[in-house]
Design a binder for this molecule. Structure first.
Ligand code: ZN
Length: 184
């Protein structure tokens, strides 16, 4: 559970730390606003993707299911700065499929917490693989990291691309190519 009082105290100290006047008109309510915002953007911390991926239905076909361009916003755990972009997911069902919206909900569970892109990619792939008993899963994430765009090496709009392939996608290069072609 999010402790809003703690966040408020921390934001006040942070503002003091950078030399701001915390009584200033525009900033007075900022600790409360940030606490409310954090409640929303870190709502995935105590969530389990099982909630979305356990509602499966049966389907005979083992054709690849692709859901692309699922947009997301997350927070880099190293700098507490946003990284955001799109997730592309494909899986090969083994008798079980989920509603398309459940894949997007799964992305939200892992995006709404302090995160690194590589781990988020793996977590999404593994959860889908496990809950659907899929033959294979592949996840590709393309994202811009504000901690890279605004500071440090300052490369605006450069994209970090990660992917994780499991099962048949890991074994079969042709399947991977089919996926990469379709999400290009
Ligand atoms: Zn960062």
């Amino acid at each position: 559970m999010i402790d809003k009082k703690k966040i408020e105290t921390a934001v006040t100290m942070l503002l003091e730390g950078i030399g701001e006047n915390t009584e200033r008109e525009g900033i007075k309510e900022t600790p409360q606003r940030v606490a409310r915002m954090y409640e929303e953007i870190f709502a995935g911390i105590d969530k389990d993707a099982k909630e979305h991926l356990s509602k499966t239905f049966e389907r005979e076909s083992s054709d690849m299911v692709i859901e692309k361009d699922i947009s997301f916003y997350s927070m880099c755990e190293h700098h507490l700065m946003p990284f955001f972009g799109v997730v592309h997911i494909a899986y090969i069902p083994n008798g079980k499929v989920v509603g398309i919206s459940k894949l997007a909900r799964t992305v939200e569970v892992f995006a709404r917490r302090p995160q690194i892109q590589e781990r988020m990619t793996e977590q999404i792939a593994k959860e889908i693989m496990n809950h659907l008993d899929a033959e294979g899963v592949i996840v590709k994430i393309e994202a811009e990291h504000l901690c890279m765009s605004m500071r440090g090496i300052k490369k605006p709009r450069s994209k970090t691309v990660t992917y994780k392939a499991l099962g048949k996608f890991e074994e079969n290069e042709k399947l991977r190519q089919t996926f990469f072609e379709s999400v290009k």
